[in-house]
Each structure stands twice: as structure tokens, then as C-alpha cells.
Design a protein around this ligand. Structure first.
Ligand SMILES: Cc1cc2nc3c(=O)[nH]c(=O)nc-3n(C[C@H](O)[C@H](O)[C@H](O)COP(=O)(O)O)c2cc1C
Length: 246
């Protein structure tokens, strides 16, 4: 699948068919996670692959009773090892990079899931302690997310997104659209600019209109000339009718 199509068509799927996912595909999904960037290439994470019903139930319970998760044949719990990031990057490594590393991993997995024709969902709402118990995560590690996957039994529509320009600033924070900025703070400059733009458009338009008028004038002129010539010829009896107009 084209990468951008994959990014665009990925949806959170929360209902799955009771159909086994081949170990080959699961391997590809995990591999996509492994290929994600990590700060300093630390790779301070672990995946816990879960396919057994009782454990999936315990995970769904830990995820604030999101029982729809049980319909997914596969759960992948993504766990960070923050201490390793702390050794290299201090608090920033522990608190930020460890989380970001896992986020990149999860998105890579979701894209691989979409690419392979499966559905998936990023689940982040859970009770840490319950999750630890459900899959035996030690104290020095932190559960970051669960990725559910399987063949989709629903086709979710894309939830609304803000427009791109709602998120983009130009050059600096808050300078969203320069014209809007100008119009808010320097109305006269804005009006002058807009007038110039309008003039340009009008100029272009006026040129087009003038050409059309010219074309039309030439046609009318030709018609009148033809008509006058005919009248003249009739008057002189040269139209072959032998009649002379009086
Ligand atoms: C950090 C994070 C946590 C999320 N946690 C949950 C969750 O606990 N349960 C759930 O159903 N969806 C969860 N989602 C999925 C979002 O609800 C979903 O991505 C969003 O509604 C947009 O829909 P889309 O993924 O189809 O574009 C989470 C997504 C992210 C990025």
C-alpha cells in the first residue's frame, strides 16, 4: 500500500472477526515496531504478545473495562524501560523520550496493521497496576500502550479532523495566517494590500472583457459592411436581379 494512503486510511478498529492472524503477519507488525526511531537508538522497550483469552480479559479489565478489546485475537502490550533512558538523558530521557519512543513504535505497528489489511487500535486508557498484574510487568518498567489487532468487523468512518491550517503557524507561534494577523493589527496596511490585489484581478479581468468587446465590434462591423455593400449593389442593379432599388 502507498505510504500516504496507509496513513490516511488507518482507523481505530474496535470490533474484530473471530479469525486467526497468521504468525507471519504478527511478526511483520512487531518488526515494524522494532524499526521505529528511538532517542539515541536506545531501543528501551519490550513487547508482550498476548493471544490467550483469560489474559486478554485481564487486559480489557485493566483498560477501564474496555471489553470490546476481547474481540481482538491479538493484543500487543508495549512497555518502556525508562531507567535506561535516564542513564543517558536524565529526567528528559526517563519522562519524555521513553514515552515518545513507544508512541513511534505504536504508530509504526498501526501502519503495518493497516498495510496488511487488518484493523488495529491504540489503547492508552488503563490502570498501570492492573496492567502490571495482568501481564507481569516488573516495577522498573512502565506499560505505555496496548495495540489490539485482528481482521476488522467494522468499517469506521474517519472522525472529524481540524483543518490543517488550524494547526500550522507561519514562522512563529500564533502567527497563523499573515493576512489575518495584519487585518487584526494593521487594518490600513491590510486594506491597501487587498486593494492592490483587487486591482490586479480587475486589470486581468478588464483586459479579457476588452478583448471580447473588440472581437464583437469586429463581427458587428463586418455584418454592417456586408449589409451596406448589398444595399449599394442593389441600388446599382448589380445583384443580377435586373431590378433597381428606388
Ligand atoms: C495516546 C492514545 C490513547 C488512546 N487510547 C484509546 C483507548 O483507551 N481506547 C480507545 O478505544 N481508543 C483509544 N485511542 C484511539 C483514539 O480514540 C483514536 O485514535 C481517535 O479517536 C481518532 O480515530 P482514528 O484513530 O480512527 O483516526 C487512543 C489513541 C491515542 C493516540
Amino acid at each position: 500500500m502507498e505510504t500516504l494512503d496507509c496513513i490516511r486510511t488507518r482507523r481505530s478498529v474496535r470490533k474484530y472477526l473471530d479469525k486467526t492472524v497468521s504468525i507471519h503477519i504478527i511478526g511483520q507488525i512487531l518488526e515494524a515496531g522494532r524499526m521505529a526511531p528511538t532517542a539515541g537508538n536506545l531501543q528501551n522497550y519490550k513487547f508482550i504478545l498476548v493471544m490467550e483469552k483469560p489474559t486478554k480479559r485481564a487486559i480489557a479489565e485493566a483498560c477501564l473495562q474496555q471489553y470490546w478489546m476481547e474481540t481482538a485475537p491479538v493484543h500487543i502490550v508495549v512497555v518502556s524501560e525508562p531507567q535506561r533512558a535516564r542513564q543517558f538523558y536524565g529526567e528528559r530521557g526517563e519522562k519524555l523520550y521513553s514515552v515518545q519512543n513507544c508512541a513511534a513504535i505504536v504508530e509504526n505497528m498501526l501502519l503495518a496493521i493497516t498495510d496488511r489489511g487488518l484493523g488495529g487500535c491504540w489503547v492508552g486508557a488503563f490502570d498501570n497496576e492492573m496492567m502490571r498484574r495482568a501481564v507481569g510487568i516488573p516495577e522498573y518498567c512502565v506499560p505505555q500502550a496496548v495495540v489490539t489487532t485482528g481482521y476488522a468487523d467494522e468499517k469506521p468512518v474517519q472522525p472529524n479532523r481540524f483543518k490543517l491550517w488550524d494547526h500550522v503557524f507561519l514562522k512563529k507561534w500564533d502567527s497563523k495566517i499573515s493576512e489575518l494577523d495584519i487585518s487584526m493589527r494593521q487594518p490600513s496596511t491590510h486594506i491597501a494590500k487587498k486593494t492592490k490585489e483587487a486591482e490586479k484581478i480587475l486589470d486581468k479581468h478588464a483586459h479579457k472583457v476588452m478583448n471580447k468587446i473588440k472581437e464583437h465590434a469586429v463581427t458587428v462591423h463586418k455584418k454592417i459592411k456586408k449589409h451596406l455593400d448589398e444595399r449599394k449593389r442593389k441600388k446599382e442593379g448589380k445583384d443580377g436581379s435586373g431590378l433597381v432599388e428606388v
